[in-house]
Ligand binder design. Sequence first.
Ligand SMILES: [Zn+2]
Length: 400
Amino acid sequence: MPLGMDMSVDETTLLQTIFWSVGASRLALSERLDFSKSKTNSLVAALLDVGLLTETGLKASSGGRRPETVQINPSLGVLIAADLGATSLDIAILRPDLSVLARHSEAADVRAGPGLVMARVRVLMRELLAQCATKPQQVIGIGMGVPGPVDFASGQLVNPPLMPQWDSFSIRDALREDFAAPVFVDNDVNTMALGELWRLQRSLQNFLVIKVGTSIGCGIVCHGEVYRGANGSAGDVGHICVDTAGPRCHCGNLGCVEAMAAGPAITRMALEAAISGESALLAACLADTGSITPEDVGNASRHGDAAANRIIQHTGNLIGQMLASVVNFFSPSHVFIGGGITRIGPLFLASVRQSIYQRSLALSTRHLEIQYTPLAEQAGLVGAGVLAMQETLKNKGSPR
Ligand SMILES: [Zn+2]
């Protein structure tokens, strides 16, 4: 496998640049990397020779000129991307340019513990590979996002509040039984941030990705890279206090934004409104299905339900209150909101915006854009693919 070979730092830098630009011309590469044209040409020629790159684009029919654009050779192998949420599992087999060969999503419960969940992950990975007639030996890298704090170097979860049984569990070791390829594990909001960075082809340098689902977390992109902090726990904004007299959070403190405004809090308030008779629509939903999801609250809101509107505005305002501090501190150009909350509709986003603009400093918000992530719920999966390819390429660079 050519990716197993030793490469110079220049070669891996070039490969990474081609990966992030989803293919690039020799001229564009030389400009972007500030390499001379002859240096770029000879690096590209060497990587074409060993089969790491292929030429794409129009073959110039006139004059026999070589095609200018190169890409990572699609026949190098495949990547496996996995996005494990608190209640969902999403796995895909991708080409090196992240185009999807096979994909599967299903409900999952991380609280079932690593034994059961990882057994299912391995079965699905094998099944999806078989679907695209690919062998485990053809996998060049595996990336996985998980809903808890991860020590990035070891790939182990550290004290994950939503999945306590996973503490110190090594996903890398669990997958090593099936695959020789390197395995990279990161917190799911960090993979979402990587997914956005990829979508934007690194055109934005400083932005935040907020995930609101069962919990609340924040992926930080600083100077075009995902920022993980000294211990890998940067962006753990769910336990910022928004009401010192608020309810007790599972972390033990009072009034954390996660306890007051994430999916379970929305569901709890909706149940109260249904049972108290405050909302006929939510009561009908509860009678029909036996439960109420944040999506149901969004539907009720779209039908003009006052209680649903109040719940959405209240939780949006609380998240905006937390974000205002974060925006003042970090001064991002964009805040992208993702996770299950995106299904709740525009009123939530409007409430978050209003609260941020009210509370942030004018200088921080003058050009600030706040929107739902265009990748929606795929951001984490795309990011897990980026993680797999990016880190596999990075790890090949050795000075020589
Ligand atoms: Zn908390």
